[in-house]
Write a protein that binds this ligand. Sequence first.
Ligand code: PMP
Ligand code: GLN
Length: 380
Amino acid sequence: LRSRLPHVGTTIFTEMSQLAAEQGAVNLGQGFPDFACDPKLIGLVDEAMRAGHNQYPVMTGVPALRAAIAAKIAALYGRSYDANSEITVTSGASQAIQTAILSSVHPGDEVIVIEPAYDCYAPAIALSGGVVAPVAMRVGSEGYSVPWDAVAAAVTPRTRMIVVNSPHNPTGSILRAADLDALAAIVEGTDILILSDEVYEHMVFDGQRHESLSRHPRLAERAFVISSFGKTYHVTGWKVGYVAAPAAMMVEFRKVHQYNVFTVNTPMQHGIAAYMADPAPYLGLPAFYQAKRDLFRAGLAGSRFELLPADGTYFQCVRYGAISDLPEAQFAKWLTREAKVAAIPVSAFYGQPTESGVVRFCFAKKDETLHKALETLSQL
Ligand code: PMP
Ligand code: GLN
């Protein structure tokens, strides 16, 4: 068979979760919570099914959910998206990302991806016939940051899109207002689109605010802004997300969406729409995850791991050079087998082999799970 994706294997998340299961290790690799979601949310989905919401919804998503999403974005970020023409419910953020790329990247177009980068952008770009133009993040004692001068230098007449992700997987870094201004200056006067992956929008710590691209008028007018209820409501297996974008971009997005999935499962959309009436669950998320981050960091503080800054997401990156000189993928496997704690090598988030001696732990876990992992990690 002639593969469309010859260089793609099984994702690192699947690989490490399998190894963790085989080894009976604590799984701090793949990012998902090991605790239950709010039973009220399950009750609302149950109610929706019993009320008969079990057939296809409209292609763009249940109107009540689109209205709730638009209201939330307006309240938090101050931009009014039209719920009918500018918001679409998707099968997780993954499908929103794939569809946004397929609907706007033409063969030969270049897409700037800032690395390390979440693993689903590059295959979607390849399937579109586009080419990834990677730009490496800078990493220093202050942690990871985006070198905007290098992003500007990577722009060519073929650049069709720039992908940004804040809060950032895997590094836990966030974009600040000055970053958005720098990005706006780069795209000014061009027809470059932006894909903004904001699935961790409600996990920003230490009183800092999430700089959604929807806050920034000059960026919002050319951006697909994407989020995921899987992250926000602790239900990664439900695969419900959304995209907000100006109407002209959304017309193209929906042309692909309607043949890609057509629409997304009905009862969960109704349940989530009803649950969104109360903002407390997402407004409480920074404090909830900050407590877990602090517990995890405190547990590693006296260890030989070097903690990198963690401003957002539910990931903590660490340098392990004082413990081992193994390459990242091998170290992550060694850790899973020997210390019985699974992690993700950050090298998996680069298109070309790149070793920086950093692995990622996920702290979206019960405190008891984190304590169990820390018992061994702190002794290494
Ligand atoms: N983007 C990033 C940065 C992610 O970490 C994830 C989840 N792993 C996704 C997108 C995909 O989200 P979903 O599960 O809603 O498809
Ligand atoms: N986004 C999750 C992570 O970064 C994994 C999702 C997946 O397994 N594809 O760990």
